[in-house]
Structure formats: structure tokens, C-alpha cells
Write a protein that binds this ligand. Structure first.
Ligand code: AMP
Ligand code: ZN
Length: 114
């Protein structure tokens, strides 16, 4: 998708600090970290938001969870734990309209975020 910053990152047109990459999924460090570890996990396919996920995307979205599991183990925060956040739409404050999972780790977080 033209003019999508995360599509550009997934094509290598905008640099990012990659943590994981395969043919379908990319993970990179958030440019404005909200925790000591803040990683974004995206599908390379342009899906704007959760409410645009289609039945044919089920395998891809499911795979994102196993990628996150792998990253958590490789980066060493699987045991201590982490938080996953997905913002969907205006009320959640979604700024980038390309589906992404925020992975926050490396600190003890409070029970609520709002
Ligand atoms: P959201 O509010 O859920 O749409 O989150 C978008 C996230 O993308 C924010 O945490 C931004 O800091 C992050 N972000 C925006 N541009 C970049 C970029 N070029 N590289 C890495 N992270 C980015
Ligand atoms: Zn995109």
C-alpha cells in the first residue's frame, strides 16, 4: 500500500531496527519506546486494522503469535513476561493504519493502561 509507513518499512524503503523477519512477518523496534523493550510485530501484507482482518488472514494472524513467542524467548523476556497491545481505530489512538502488535517488556507494568 502506497504511503503506508509500515509497508515501506517491510519493503526496506524506510530503515528499521529489525528483530525478526520472514516472508510474511516483520518485527522491529518502536522508534519511541514506551518500555525498555518495545517491539512492533506486523504482517508484511497490508491490513489496516483488526476490523479489516479477513477469514483468509487467520493463518497469518495466528502465525504472528508464534513469531512473538519465538521473539520473547530469543530476546530473553519470555520468563519475566510482557504485554501485548493492539490499538484499533480512533478511540484506541491507532496512529499507523497497518496492523501491528506492540510488545512491551523489560519492566514491571501496572495492571491497567487507561
Ligand atoms: P499506534 O498508536 O498503535 O498506531 O502505534 C504506532 C507506533 O508506531 C508508535 O508507537 C510509534 O512510535 C511507532 N512508529 C511510528 N513510526 C515508526 C518508525 N518509522 N519506526 C518504528 N516505529 C515507528
Ligand atoms: Zn501498510
Amino acid at each position: 500500500m502506497e504511503d503506508c509507513i509500515f509497508c515501506k518499512i517491510s519493503k526496506g524503503e524506510i530503515p528499521s531496527e529489525k528483530v525478526y523477519e520472514d516472508e510474511e512477518v516483520l518485527a522491529f523496534k518502536d522508534i519511541h519506546p514506551a518500555a525498555p523493550i518495545h517491539i512492533l510485530v506486523i504482517p508484511k501484507k497490508h491490513i489496516a486494522k483488526v476490523t479489516d482482518i479477513m477469514p483468509e488472514d487467520e493463518a497469518l494472524v495466528g502465525k504472528m503469535y508464534t513469531v512473538i513467542n519465538k521473539i520473547a524467548k530469543e530476546q530473553g523476556f519470555a520468563e519475566d513476561g510482557f504485554r501485548m497491545i493492539i490499538n484499533c481505530g480512533r478511540d484506541a489512538g491507532q496512529e499507523v493504519m497497518h496492523l501491528h502488535f506492540h510488545i512491551l517488556a523489560g519492566t514491571k507494568m501496572g495492571p491497567k493502561i487507561i
